[in-house]
Design a protein around this ligand. Structure first.
Ligand code: COA
Length: 170
């Protein structure tokens, strides 16, 4: 399968699809909730990468977000079930997300064991939240979870057991 990774800002992503991304983040048990307005603003800032097939069909996505100073996060990784195990998510979206953030400290919280293994292969180290700079922890809460749906979802995912990873700026 021929797959391209594009920045969502560079294509005309319609509002129906933005709603679909938001609904997916609410339903999928591994993802943190992202509201329609958060996704819209993230897309406008150029923070969403999409995986497309030859015909332009969207197969999946990953989001980057600014936490504090040169600390950034990668999140919201998702590939539609029918396109999994073709190397889209772990094979392409994660490496492209990292490439986009070259020179930054990258934070990722992952529930999925396979994703954790890929992060380690790509130079991430597992950390405890308490090892992160205080301002990074504060901003993570402010940037990511400060809405009621987001917090409820966060507690649901936490029960699955998050692991935290950092790739230090090089
Ligand atoms: C996690 C998720 C994004 C993985 O996406 P994916 O597209 O299936 O991942 P990949 O296809 O890249 O990797 C899966 C397998 O395909 C294999 N693969 C096949 N072709 C490949 C290629 N060209 N390049 C790399 N890997 C390839 C990989 O080796 C991997 O196998 P492994 O189990 O031996 O490591 C997807 O399962 C998903 O959306 N899950 C629900 C949401 C979620 O859990 N998000 C992550 C939160 S932490």
């Amino acid at each position: 399968m021929k797959i391209r990774i594009v920045n969502a800002k560079s294509i005309n992503l319609n509002s129906g699809f933005i709603r679909k991304i938001s609904d997916t983040t609410l339903k999928d048990e591994n993802l943190s909730y992202r509201s329609v307005s958060l996704i819209k603003s993230s897309v406008q800032k150029g923070y969403f990468l999409l995986a497309l097939d030859k015909s332009g069909k969207i197969l999946g996505w990953i989001e980057k977000y600014k936490i504090w100073k040169d600390w950034w996060g990668l999140s919201t990784l998702y590939v539609f079930p029918e396109y999994r195990n073709f190397g889209v998510g772990r094979g392409l979206l994660i490496p492209m997300g990292i490439k986009d953030l070259r020179g930054k400290n990258i934070f990722a919280a992952a529930t999925n064991k396979q994703v954790q293994l890929v992060l380690e292969k790509l130079g991430f180290k597992q950390v405890k939240l308490t090892e992160l700079p205080f301002m990074v922890r504060i901003n993570l809460m402010l940037v990511r979870y400060l809405n009621i749906k987001g917090l409820i979802k966060l507690f649901k995912i936490r029960s699955k057991g998050f692991s935290y990873f950092v790739k230090s700026a090089q």
